[in-house]
Write a protein that binds this ligand. Sequence first.
Ligand code: BTN
Length: 254
Amino acid sequence: MQNNTFSPLIVGQKIVALQSVDSTNSYLRIELANSAPLAEGTVIMAEDQYAGRGQLNNNWHSQPGKNLTISILLNPSFLRPDYQFKLNIAISLAINDTLKDIGINSKIKWPNDVYYNDNKIGGVLIENILSGQKWKHAIVGIGLNVNQTQFPLPVHNISSIKEILQQDYDKERLLQQLCKAIDVRYSELKKGAGKQLDEYLDNLFWFNETHVFSIGKEKQEGKIVGLDQAGRLLIEIGGATHSFNMKEVSFVIP
Ligand code: BTN
């Protein structure tokens, strides 16, 4: 991970710690709508998030007190709104950097799930607020399973940092490490993203490997070969490359 010694940290400069909230993303959105402007980099964290939201309208379950459930305010007005996927890449890389730094060889499952082997240990939900043609705010919601070891059935393919490292991990320390990593990746992005797409692909779950995907009603074998400009997944199937959005494809994980 590159270290940026010249720009001051903005992510985590203000942390609002809540005991209990429905969703940190929803809380941050309401704060933005109701109150004085919030500083970029403000983090909302909750011990108990009782109605957490995930991608594709799924719920995000997190056992109270065990995990990181946070939302970070970013103002990526330097990016065109149609390049939103670049922020996804920067955030996914930052989470991956953080986990690698603590000894976990994680992968990014497109678009921005956090995987260790075949198990999900975290997820990201970025919600955008536009003003006309400009990207005003991004609410970057991150859920990371830290010390939870029991998960509700029928959920499977799920794990946590504790299960992987076989010991508790200090959540506050992890939050500091994560904020720093996001700061580094976000300032890289501000300077033009550089090699972030290449690094993302290097760390992508199932990249360049043949696996089974669920596409529409069919199961098909294919190989992830990249992303298009809009961040759609490019899969080579039977010699031809097709692009997919999140609703169109899912991974068939054994
Ligand atoms: C996913 O993998 O589906 C994304 C999960 C994102 C969960 C986080 S937890 C903090 C923030 N608040 C929410 O309601 N969701 C995100």
